[in-house]
Design a protein around this ligand. Structure first.
Ligand SMILES: [Fe+2]
Length: 577
């Protein structure tokens, strides 16, 4: 086992010692590994953290004091979290020589901010001279010294056949008189990816995360290349003795575990072939979206928890203490509240700072934790399933957007008039009736559930009149997810009802092949105006689905227009998710 912060012999080598600096997984800085033999020292991926690089500096100084020998720094790929601190090792007494893929060398000489993901980290690429680029063309290229540059310890590149008629190039480097390091081209996560096999340890950089949300789709990410890389890695597992797979972030694991990851990634790749690249603009847009989603989740959570508390309170008064306790235990309310507070403090802390990508990762992490903590199914008998479904929809919409899936118009449409009537009749009729409670009298648990449901019922739309214009009863096909549209319509109705609008009119129509639905509500001195913030989730979700949502205000009315992505038969659309 190779252990963090300890010198150990690399399994399968005669002499190579390794000192791993393994960090808690973080997108800010990679793991780093120092490998030492009597004839040279290797640093793999110095990382980006100044404390980590200072520690590496100390280790190298003490090794060089024992015996002078060359220091080589290898990069698994040129993402900024793997190399930002490298200049420190190249300067002064350490005088390390930087080696990476020739493509990476070109990126560094150009100080490229996009493919190195420096843009997302809001960092400038530091000046660092590459001593040798590997796997590049032998003839000189415009980048000059950053092209392919064989050195004394490096053997001639060879090709290994991984299946009949298919071979890949590999390079071996002598790390001492007996041991060699074998290097393979493993692009996909980035164009310049390489993996290093030293003894029975395979150093794979960020390949284990290459299909993860927020990682897949980065500039330079290439699903076809990644697919070929995965085949090569599987071949390596079968044709080389690999005890440990050593990633760029997190702890080493066995090849068996890696094979499971490879299998999962191969399956995921089938759906990830055409992602929208993740650049800084999209990152900022996603952060804005994350804020909208979190706001909406806070509202929904407040509604759900208020209903639970109210129901538990009344059940206690009615002396049904056990059922009241069951309810309160169904959802860990304090844990969910703590989660929301944590996240808001976090966002406040980072406001104005440049580490936007961290906020996005934390937002995703937060949503995953929230999803786990909050399982609305446990109280589904108490609430309208539409309300509970909405929370799941919000998560899945956000995941889709973050992955960068492109919007595709659904093949099938739905009938707008039917969908609207269904939502309106749900809003008009109470879900849980007094009759159900009476009918269940004496039926033990069924009675308690019916009673609890009736107490939880909140007559939000009592006193609200819905007027459907005859145009809303005319069949009109729209191509959008029916459930998502119904969620949005209900959100709008709720917002209007809460603000005190008493009459809601609906009209639908079609303009230039696009169907629309207009909702008008007459304002009076008593009605509180709707804030734009409350409608952003509707607008953003409609835009996700290729449509739009607009608000039009005048003195006497608030009007809201849903515009649908296209009537059936038309093939327009293709906005971004
Ligand atoms: Fe990376």
């Amino acid at each position: 086992m190779i252990e963090n912060g300890k010198w150990t012999q690399v399994p399968g080598t005669r002499e190579v010692q390794i000192y791993p600096l393994i960090r808690q997984p973080s997108i800010l800085c990679s793991n780093s590994f120092v490998l030492a033999t009597s004839s040279q020292i290797i640093v793999m991926d110095p990382g980006a953290d100044t404390l980590q690089i200072a520690e590496i500096g100390k280790i190298l100084t003490s090794l060089l004091a024992e015996a002078s020998r060359p220091v080589f720094v290898y990069l698994s790929h040129c993402h900024i979290d793997h190399f930002f601190a490298v200049p420190f090792l190249l300067e002064g007494a350490l005088g390390a020589r930087l080696i990476c893929h020739a493509e990476g060398a070109r990126l560094l000489s150009r100080r490229d901010r996009a493919v190195t993901v420096s843009d997302l980290h809001a960092l400038d690429v530091p000046a660092c001279d590459v001593w040798a680029g590997i796997f590049g063309p032998e003839e000189s290229v415009e980048a000059g010294p950053s092209a392919y540059h064989p050195f004394e310890e490096m053997f001639q590149p060879e090709r290994v056949e991984i299946q009949a008629g298919s071979s890949v190039p590999t390079v071996q480097v002598a790390v001492n008189g007996h041991d060699r390091m074998e290097i393979f081209q493993t692009p996909g996560h980035s164009p310049d990816g390489v993996s290093f096999l030293v003894g029975k340890c395979l150093f794979v950089g960020d390949l284990p995360f290459a299909t993860d949300i927020g990682v897949a789709g980065a500039v330079g990410w290439d699903p076809e290349a990644l697919d070929e890389t995965l085949s090569l890695l599987r071949w390596l597992g079968r044709n080389r003795e690999i005890e440990w797979v050593v990633p760029g972030h997190g702890k080493p694991f066995s090849f068996d575990q890696f094979e499971k990851i490879i299998h999962r990634q191969e399956r995921q790749l089938k759906t990830l072939s055409d992602l929208i690249p993740m650049d800084r603009q999209r990152l900022l847009d996603l952060l804005d979206y994350a804020g909208i989603v979190l706001d909406e989740i806070s509202v929904l959570f407040a509604v759900v928890s208020a209903r639970l508390l109210k129901t538990a309170h009344w059940l206690e008064i009615l002396d049904e203490k056990e059922e009241a306790g069951n309810l309160q235990n169904a959802i860990d309310l304090p844990a969910v509240e703590r989660l929301i507070d944590d996240f808001h403090y976090f966002v406040e802390d980072f406001k104005g700072k440049e580490l936007k990508n961290i906020i996005l990762v934390r937002a995703l992490h937060f949503m995953a934790r929230f999803d786990k903590t909050f399982s609305p199914e446990s109280v589904s008998y108490l609430m309208d399933p539409l309300l509970l479904r909405r929370i799941k929809t919000l998560f899945s919409e956000f995941y889709h957007a973050t992955y960068g899936f492109r919007f595709v118009l659904p093949e099938e449409g739905f009938d707008l008039s039917e969908a609207v009537e269904e939502v309106v009749s749900k809003a008009r009729e109470p879900l849980f009736s007094d009759q159900a409670v009476l009918e269940a009298t004496g039926a033990g648990e069924t009675f308690l559930k019916a009673l609890a449901s009736r107490i939880a019922e909140h007559p939000l739309f009592e006193g609200v009149q819905f007027d459907l214009d005859p145009s809303c009863r005319k069949a009109a096909q729209v191509r959008m997810d029916r459930a998502v549209f119904q969620d949005l319509l209900l959100i709008l109705f709720e917002r209007l009802a809460v603000r005190g609008f008493e009459r809601i009119e609906l009209v639908s129509g079609e303009t230039s092949g696009r169907s629309w639905l207009r909702i008008s509500a007459a304002t009076s001195p008593e009605t509180a105006p709707l804030e734009g913030r409350q409608l952003r989730i509707i607008q953003r979700t409609m835009q996700n689905h290729g449509g739009d949502f607009q608000e039009q205000q005048d003195r006497s009315h608030s009007r809201f227009v849903f515009e649908f992505p296209g009537s059936s038969g038309s093939d327009q659309g293709n906005g971004l998710i």
